[in-house]
Design a protein around this ligand. Sequence first.
Ligand code: SAM
Length: 232
Amino acid sequence: QLSHRLTRVAHHVPKGTVVADIGSDHAYLPCHLVLNGVVDKVIAGEVVKGPFESAQKQVQQEGLTAQIDVRLASGLDVILPEDSISTVTIAGMGGPLICSILVQGKKQLVGVERLILQPNVHAKSIRDWAVANNWGIVEEEILKENEKIYEILVLQKVEATVLWTPQQMLMGPELLKEKTAIFQEKWTRESDQWKKIVALMESTAQTKGIIEKKQGLIEKIQLVEEVLQREN
Ligand code: SAM
């Protein structure tokens, strides 16, 4: 049984596309996509030997070696031009790590039409990368599993640079439209945590670094509270 989180990632994969799943671990997502008839060709990439072997084992057990190619390499280096990958999924890592994979794999992104990214933390770094590299956000989703809250960002290439407000960058342009209960819970949790950090900072020596960090947190708290207090 695939986790709720990965089931929702799978939901954004267009039918019949060729997928590269980077950091695939047990290759649960590629197996699910093929077994459910969503796609019939997936490259499962892993950089660490243990998870790479788990992926191979899982794919063999499911009898899917003809459809899922498990490869050992870092990030988008697993993608070869002849693969004609149109969808890339990267799930279960921090936003900054996902961004570094995208930055290092810039060449392999040529021809890719859709990125489905599920950062565990710091989705903002992905939005920063998207704006700087002309990718637009077409869908966003927020979900909760085992008390953890996850975001999914679906990106497609855009012609013109998109401009988002600081609130859209931090909280997600699509997620802000809906402001679901889970979204409100996430940002209430985050701002409560920032407030605790600010209080701690106030009780220590006010060095230049501390004052700057505190100011940064206060600005983020204000951005978030403005959204949470707004009627819609
Ligand atoms: N994608 C799966 C999921 O969402 O459940 C597995 C997530 S697991 C926490 C992260 C995986 O990414 C690990 O197996 C790790 O080895 C792999 N990983 C980390 N950096 C990577 C990179 N640069 N290239 C490929 N895989 C990477």
